[in-house]
Design a protein around this ligand. Structure first.
Ligand code: DHB
Length: 312
């Protein structure tokens, strides 16, 4: 309950994500503005509770040929193919962020269980405060893309990473499965400290004039407002299935979206596509809006809202 002293409300937006303390429950989603330390520093200075890097793999990777992005109704379709400079290079970017006190969640992937663990070790060694295991990219053919749909694989890779690093490990789940609760339970069983729900939804855009798919990769991942109802359903099901915190992701562009995710059981939210449409101001507007909602509804801490829609 809200404590009122001298007419001033003692309202806190801080949240605890498996030991990672955030000043407010917002982060950028992996892949958006996460490719360099100056950009991530701007995300934090704009107001985010912590920052999430672009997904980093064990070695440099070029990604898919263009076109890699297409605007669609109510969202964005992309198939970048996980381009990144490799963990060795990116470790230095993480160090630069830690030098200026930015809380960093390092998103990472590998093409084998061993590569996942090795990459995680490099990023943890560089000072990442938490790791987000991306086993749910929809755009790669290799094992790393399929892994997120296989509960046994998710448990195995999570356990391998947990055995290799100290910081908390968040497992990012794909919505492209029949039963996301089963995959979430597998991640928890493997030792995940939290799960992020969800990554992008497998989709396609076609150009009627060219009579061809728009993206060079043919299919891509759908993000933005079109994804929100799917993501809310996923957060709802995952929150009922596991006892670890859930981080909501998918179509959050304003404070009301964020509150909806909290009510469904998310402890924090990641903002991706809206950073491109609305800019960094979302990291001021969303926490302010959550604060206003809490004041109006009489809540003192964000945790009091988490999962409320499941009650009664
Ligand atoms: C890519 C990776 C993702 O995890 C995603 O959701 C969408 C695109 C990519 O790099 O292709």
């Amino acid at each position: 309950m809200r404590v009122v002293e001298n007419g001033m409300s003692q309202l806190s937006l801080a949240v605890d994500l498996a030991g990672l303390r955030l000043r407010n429950p917002t982060l950028n989603a992996a892949g958006v503005l996460g490719i360099s330390s100056p950009l991530l520093r701007r995300v934090y200075e704009a107001g985010a509770g912590a920052v999430v890097t672009k997904s980093i793999g064990p070695r440099p990777r070029a990604g898919h040929p263009n076109p890699t992005v297409s605007a669609v109704e109510c969202g964005l379709l992309n198939a970048m193919g996980l381009p990144n400079p490799g963990a060795g290079y990116f470790a230095e970017e993480i160090r630069k962020l830690k030098d200026v006190g930015v809380p960093v969640v390092a998103s990472f992937f590998g093409e084998s269980v061993e590569a996942f663990a090795e990459t995680a070790m490099v990023l943890a060694e560089a000072g990442a405060d938490a790791l987000e295991l991306n086993c749910s990219c929809p755009n790669v053919e290799e094992e790393m893309g399929m892994l997120g749909a296989d509960p046994a694989g998710v448990e195995r890779v999570t356990a391998a990473v947990k055995g290799a690093v100290d910081p908390p490990v968040f497992v990012k789940l794909t919505p492209n499965v029949a039963d996301i609760a089963e995959v979430a339970r597998a991640a928890e069983q493997g030792g995940a400290d939290a799960v992020t729900a969800v990554n992008t939804l497998l989709a396609l855009a076609v150009d009627a004039d060219l009579r061809r798919p728009v993206l060079a990769n043919v299919t891509g991942g759908l993000s933005g407002p079109a994804l929100k109802p799917v993501a809310l359903r996923c957060v709802w099901e995952v929150a009922e299935a596991v006892d670890i915190p859930v981080i909501g992701c998918g179509g959050v562009s304003g404070w009301r979206d964020a509150v909806e995710f909290l009510l469904c059981g998310a402890s924090a939210v990641e903002v991706g596509t809206a950073l491109m449409t609305k800019g960094l101001d979302v990291f001021r507007d969303i926490p302010e809006g959550i604060r206003g909602y809490m004041e109006e509804q009489g809540f003192g801490e964000v945790g009091e809202i988490v999962g409320l829609a499941h009650e009664g």
